[in-house]
Write a protein that binds this ligand. Structure first.
Ligand code: PEP
Ligand code: MG
Length: 553
């Protein structure tokens, strides 16, 4: 057997025969056009319009998040500046095919150079170009294969148009060689709970028909698995299916210690699914996701409407909303558009909000309005807080607007180390383990080459989590976790053992975490956490926790 490493999305495991996505169409050659420039441009416009309509239709059919994604892609296809670039090339005597290929490629390079969220849109643009060129050549659009039986789909990266209409009865798992954890493949795989490993470069050598195990929890694809490995993977898949169909009880340890399980959301529209999956409230609402493509600050009315919709879905329940977290991986043009060499260390999170205090004040106004109009228990927190003074500033300002419960995110090691003082002032803290890991390990969370450092199991990260939880305990204040770490079933137990009072995660992870917590008493969780804390590195912390959790193993 051979293990191919990538980034796992979700916690599932699946096995089955590989079916590869067709390779992209060969690039058109730059042969002179035999038509007039006008005729070539007209061909392009007809093809672009047809592709845009097709994407919209697919979006309509798929609904949900997929519809937003496909509509955005259709708009990309019809972007007037792309049309200008194409026209410049057809005027210079290029064929329609070559003009599209060349113009889209230059746009894609600009997007890719931006990195982060926008960089990962480059794949979306490539897909549009392929579709337009296929149409110009009278060929079917490239897409998902149909081998006539269920399969593990292996592709370079999937375009939204492909993922949106995946037949979930046929696709057992997704594996991509490119794309990161914020690519559309990853986002949609999460939304649809498809087992996926993205960015597994070595998967390019997998061949059609060979059986693989796709283990999202470990981020590993196993080719040529042994019979034993196949059986074990099947057991795990069965255990997950049982957990998913277990009754929706509130989060708790075996001894009854309550550990409320909350949802991480980015759009009010996600609330229904979260409730359906048993979320006991919202532990992190990422408000910036509502405004990622906005060029101007959202109005108070617009925001009031969105927050009211969110809070209405959780009457009597806790909903933690985060003030806009702009910067680095989440650029918001209206909050920070200056170039910075190290944006993750720059004017981001609360720092950016303070520099544009009007925007923060408007957001607090909208949140207070929504709070008054609904029955939810609204908590508001600031992102990227690094010291006591920032805590006092934010909590003071939020209270000015009548926000009853105001807290901070602990994502910077300095805040974790100062937690005791910070939590004298803040009503609560929520630990963002994604950024806390990035800053503790000095490893950019978006950079594949340092991904191995980005592991929240590292004992240095666990120590900072413990320091924060201890700061909460000393002040009688709650300390929740809202980073991806809370979605790892065994790490969730460790986090509770370290003193976390709530866990918030993507709703699709709730069932696994609920089932995992129910296997341990508080004393077990503390013992397992101690074992992880005593390790030297992330891998040994995970292994130590595993053997402490299962002494028989
Ligand atoms: C985090 O950093 O862990 C977090 C929850 O915030 P985000 O992932 O949105 O930066
Ligand atoms: Mg963060």
């Amino acid at each position: 057997m051979t293990e191919l490493r990538g980034v796992g999305i979700g916690l599932g495991v699946a096995q089955g025969p590989v079916a590869r996505m067709a390779e992209p169409l060969p690039a058109p050659t730059d042969t002179p056009s035999t038509l007039t420039a006008e005729a070539e441009l007209a061909r392009v416009r007809e093809a672009v319009a047809a592709v845009a309509r097709e994407l919209e239709e697919r979006g309509e059919k798929a609904g949900g998040l997929a519809r937003d994604v496909l509509e955005a892609q259709a708009m990309m296809a019809e972007d007037p500046s792309l049309d200008e670039e194409v026209a410049a090339r057809t005027s210079a005597g290029k064929t329609a095919e070559f003009a599209v290929y060349d113009a889209f490629a230059s746009f894609r390079d600009t997007l890719a150079a931006m990195g982060g969220y926008l960089g990962e849109r480059a794949a979306d643009l490539d897909d549009v170009a392929q579709r337009v060129i296929a149409r110009l050549r009278g060929l079917p659009a490239p897409g998902v294969p149909d081998p006539g039986h269920p399969f593990v789909l292996v592709a370079k990266d999937l375009a939204p148009a492909d993922t949106a209409l995946l037949d979930l009865d046929k696709v057992l798992a997704l594996v991509t060689t490119d794309g990161g954890p914020t690519s559309h493949t990853a986002i949609l795989a999460r939304e649809k709970s498809i087992v996926a490993v993205v960015g597994a470069a070595a998967a390019k050598d997998l061949v059609d028909g060979e059986t693989v195990i796709v283990d999202a929890a470990k981020g590993v694809v196993t080719s040529h698995p042994t019979d034993d490995e196949l059986t074990q993977a099947q057991h795990r898949a069965d255990a997950r299916a049982t957990a998913a169909s277990a009754p929706l009880t509130p989060g708790a340890l075996r001894d009854g210690t309550a550990v409320p399980l909350l949802a991480n959301l980015g759009k009010p529209g996600g609330a229904a699914q979260a409730v359906e999956l048993g979320a006991e409230g919202v532990g992190l609402f990422r408000t910036e996701f509502l405004f990622l493509s906005a060029t101007q600050a959202p109005t108070v009315e617009e925001q009031t409407k969105a927050y009211t919709e969110l809070l209405s879905a959780f009457p009597g329940k806790k909903v933690v909303v985060r003030a806009l977290d702009a910067g680095a991986d989440k650029p918001l043009a209206f909050l920070n558009d200056a170039h910075e060499d190290n944006p993750a260390l720059g004017l981001r999170g609360l720092r950016a909000l303070r520099a544009s205090e009007d925007i923060l004040r408007e957001q607090l106004t909208a949140l207070a309005n929504a709070d008054k109009a609904t029955e939810a228990d609204l908590w508001v927190m600031a992102p990227m807080v690094s010291n006591v003074e920032e805590t006092a500033y934010f909590v003071g300002l939020a209270k000015e607007y009548g926000i009853k419960t105001a807290g901070v995110m602990v994502e910077v090691p300095s805040a974790a180390l100062m937690a005791r003082r910070i939590l004298e002032i803040a009503d609560f803290a929520s630990i963002g383990t994604n950024d806390l890991t990035q800053y503790t390990m000095a490893a950019d969370r978006l950079l594949g080459s340092v991904a191995s450092f980005q592991d929240p199991w590292h004992p240095a990260v666990l120590q900072l989590i413990k320091a924060t939880a201890d700061g909460g305990k000393a002040n009688g204040k709650p300390v929740g976790i809202c980073g991806e770490a809370a979605a790892d079933p065994l790490l969730a137990v460790v986090l509770v053992g370290l003193g976390a009072t709530t866990l918030s995660m993507a709703p699709t992870a709730l069932a696994d975490v609920r089932a995992s917590l129910l296997q341990y008493d508080l004393a077990d969780a503390r013992r397992i956490a101690e074992a992880a804390l005593a390790a030297d590195d992330a891998a040994s912390a995970r292994a130590a926790a595993q053997s402490a959790a299962d002494p028989a193993a």
